[in-house]
Design a protein around this ligand. Structure first.
Ligand SMILES: Nc1ncnc2c1ncn2[C@@H]1O[C@H](COP(=O)(O)OP(=O)(O)OP(=O)(O)O)[C@@H](O)[C@H]1O
Length: 295
């Protein structure tokens, strides 16, 4: 698989503030890559370097094999949407669409008109008079109307209500599968990415702590839902990492493989037993060493 982004040992200092301290990551082409980190961890800075609008202090960022800085051809393959978007002052979404059409060869007016109803944005009112959520939706609509190969989302949906967010993600994922768009979505809230990303990285104080390919099963951790007969106890040999009771149903994260865990639990004759996939948060905690159930 070719890579859409390769970032090696990226450092960026703003005066004496260290925004990035040697961040490295690899985003495979056609993937949906979640970049999770707390406020100030360097997400915006990293995306700005990848977009080619900020020069790193040292290190390298390659987009489709080329450094994006000062390269209009590479920049033309990148679309960007942020939760705090910048628009030309008096413009409406239609006005911004006209502007982008005049400066960006990749801007597709037909796609803009086709997608606009799904985003439910008032296309004719000045964007500065819309709510912050509506402005974020407009930014994403405009970004998705570019026939870019890489879409960078900087907390782009954090202010959007859950129903609209689901609809917008389905438009994004449609483009991922229909034309192999690559997406990098940065957020401080892991829950924003549940069910959408196939790769996940944690950015911590300017360093990528770890990257996980979510297509790969988690080695050595099994999630199991089990109901025990009245009075029965879990087998003592079971290495439980985390247990959550809901009534009589126990959801467990257990060390081991599915076959071994099932065999062990069968010894206490459960009335219900199912091996289920781990949620994104559980993978974050087990695989990437997250401290809590939120980044
Ligand atoms: N232009 C700038 N000048 C000075 N410091 C900056 C600048 N841009 C970013 N920083 C600093 O770099 C660090 C990383 O900021 P950045 O915006 O990249 O983090 P972030 O993870 O995107 O944060 P948030 O989730 O709050 O948006 C912060 O300490 C920030 O104050």
């Amino acid at each position: 698989m070719t890579n859409a982004i390769e970032v090696h040992e990226l450092h960026k200092a703003f005066g004496d503030v260290r925004a990035l301290g040697g961040a490295s990551l690899t985003v495979p082409a056609g993937s949906v890559y979640g970049l999770v980190g707390p406020n100030g961890s360097g997400k915006t800075t990293l995306l700005s370097i990848v977009r080619g609008v900020v020069r790193p202090t040292s290190g390298e960022a390659l987009v489709f094999g080329r450094p994006p800085l000062d390269d209009p051809a590479v920049k033309g393959r990148i679309a960007f949407a942020s939760g705090n978007p910048y628009f030309l002052k008096p413009e409406s979404a239609d006005g911004m669409a006209r502007f982008y059409r005049s400066v960006l060869p990749s801007f597709d007016v037909d796609r803009y008109l086709e997608l606009a109803p799904l985003f439910e944005v008032d296309r004719t009112r000045p964007l500065r008079k819309l709510s912050r959520g509506a402005r974020a939706k407009a930014a994403l609509l405009l970004a998705l109307s570019c026939t870019a190969d890489l879409l960078l989302l900087d907390e782009a949906m954090d202010l959007v209500d859950p129903i609209a967010r689901k609809r917008m993600w389905s438009v994004v994922l449609d483009q991922v599968s229909s034309r192999r768009l690559t997406v990098v979505a940065a957020t401080h809230n892991l829950r924003e990415l549940e069910g959408v990303c196939d790769h996940l990285a944690i950015l911590d104080r300017g360093v990528v702590r770890d990257e996980a390919d979510l297509n790969e099963p988690v080695s050595d951790i099994v999630k199991v839902q089990v109901m025990l007969p009245e009075g029965a106890e879990l087998p003592t040999g079971l290495e439980v990492v985390h247990a959550r009771p809901e009534g009589r149903l126990l959801t467990l994260l257990v060390h081991g493989n599915a076959g071994g865990v099932r065999e062990e639990l069968d010894t206490v004759h459960p009335t219900y037993l199912d091996i289920v996939p781990l949620s994104l948060e559980e993978r974050f905690v087990c695989e990437l060493g997250g401290d809590d159930h939120e980044a």
